[in-house]
Design a protein around this ligand. Structure first.
Ligand SMILES: Cc1cc2nc3c(=O)[nH]c(=O)nc-3n(C[C@H](O)[C@H](O)[C@H](O)COP(=O)(O)OP(=O)(O)OC[C@H]3O[C@@H](n4cnc5c(N)ncnc54)[C@H](O)[C@@H]3O)c2cc1C
Length: 382
């Protein structure tokens, strides 16, 4: 098993780290405060080819491996979880999906645009009653003429405020256990499509989440991805990738919390000593570092598996579960170490705590990951 990064992966990681430190980090608090989608930073990320990282260069992407993509998302999210999540949606949930399942026409129309930042993508699976229970789709795709008519409402569509195109899921048949669900690639300027901001989110503010209302939206049959009734194959494959990448984003958030905790432990003095001299603080620092490194091993293992295998569901769910929970504990411990210094709006640690919470929910909650992991390990005990 290869545990060292290649020289090229290290070089790419450093390039993205420098970009994150100089271009993204100075904007993180403002993005959070304003809750505005950071169009300019998305364009800057596109210039570094971070919007279609694993899409082959011949198709307009950067042609890198999944490990490099995970490294990049961690670096970006360490500066801003919002920008990290924007990249994950565009890469894993849209560009990779179009590359894997799209027809030649869909690839020609969208892939190079998505990978270059000329178009932003979104992924519309969740509905008010269909979150963890995603199979309970009420959005309907009714066959009409040569195509379909879509009716329903999608919720929490990340990137939605800025998106030009979305992968939209709808029941095109009897939708029991995900059967009969189809995936469509739909330009968001179609008549009948309206978006409304999801509300005042707690974390990853600026992600542009919208509710997407579909009122008699006509789409041609050529908008289908992977064919009628294969929507859940598309969703599961896409979520495998997104879970690796959201795990990587969580590592970035956890690392930022660790940095804040360490800085405070070195500089804050009580009883004549920096608090980092006290074992109670040292053990928390040690636990944050160890849990993040353990989670990083799972994220990199899952990313490496994505590079060589079609399906990586078990590895991806383990990575997402471990990393998003490690990030939450890291942010919580950092808040404990900073105490009142972290407990103020507009400080990094309170934002990291809110962002870590969001990453636990996005791409499936911890309970959803545990259900997937338990089913897999019970079916194939090691
Ligand atoms: C910031 C953000 C961005 C998002 N972006 C997108 C997006 O781009 N596209 C998209 O389609 N969706 C998106 N979502 C939606 C997200 O995927 C769902 O919120 C998530 O899957 C959970 O669904 P839910 O909120 O309806 O919770 P529910 O499914 O109602 O679950 C409520 C609670 O019950 C638990 N639970 C549910 N069923 C079980 C069970 N069988 N056993 C044990 N526990 C259970 C859950 O883990 C959770 O704790 C986003 C959400 C957020 C917060």
């Amino acid at each position: 098993m290869q545990l060292e990064l290649t020289p090229e992966q290290v070089r790419f990681q450093k390039t993205v780290r420098d970009f994150a430190a100089t271009a993204i980090a100075p904007r993180a608090l403002e993005i959070d405060a304003s809750d505005r989608f950071p169009h300019d930073l998305v364009s800057a990320a596109a210039a570094l080819r971070l919007l279609g990282v694993t899409v082959p260069s011949a198709a307009g992407g950067a042609g890198r491996d999944y490990v490099s993509y995970a490294l990049a998302v961690e670096e970006v999210a360490a500066a801003s979880a919002t920008l990290g999540a924007i990249l994950v949606v565009n890469n894993s949930l849209v560009a990779e999906v179009v590359h894997r399942f799209g027809t030649a026409g869909q690839k020609d129309a969208w892939l190079a645009r998505l990978a270059s930042g000329r178009a932003v993508g979104a992924f519309a699976l969740s509905e008010a009653q269909a979150g963890t229970d995603a199979a309970s789709q009420e959005t309907a795709a009714t066959a009409q003429g040569d195509g379909y008519v879509l009716r329903g409402c999608k919720v929490w569509v990340a990137n939605g405020a800025a998106a030009d195109v979305a992968v939209i899921f709808a029941a095109s048949g009897a939708a029991a256990a995900g059967r009969g669900v189809s995936a469509f690639l739909v330009p968001l300027d179609r008549p009948g499509l309206t978006r409304e901001a999801t509300g005042d989110p707690l974390g990853v503010r600026g992600l542009g989440c919208v509710d997407l209302r579909l009122e008699d939206v006509e789409v041609p049959a050529s908008a289908l991805l992977a064919g009628p009734g294969r929507g859940f194959d598309v969703a599961k494959w896409a979520l495998d990738g997104a879970r690796v990448a959201i795990g990587a984003a969580a590592l970035g958030v956890g690392r930022a919390a660790f940095d804040e905790a360490l800085r405070h432990a070195r500089t804050r003095e009580t009883f004549g000593n920096p608090i980092g001299k006290y074992q109670a603080i040292q053990w928390q620092i040690a636990d944050i570092a160890t849990e993040l490194d353990a989670a990083r091993m799972l994220v990199l293992r899952a990313a490496a598996a994505k590079d060589v295998r079609e399906r990586t569901t078990l590895e991806a769910s383990m990575a997402k579960l471990a990393a998003s929970e490690a990030a939450q504990r890291a942010a919580d411990r950092a808040m404990r170490i900073l105490a009142s210094a972290g407990y103020r709006r507009g400080t990094a640690v309170e934002r990291l705590l809110r962002d870590a919470r969001a990453l636990e929910i996005v791409a499936g909650t911890s309970e959803a990951q545990r259900m997937i992991i338990a089913a897999r390990v019970a079916a194939d005990p090691r």
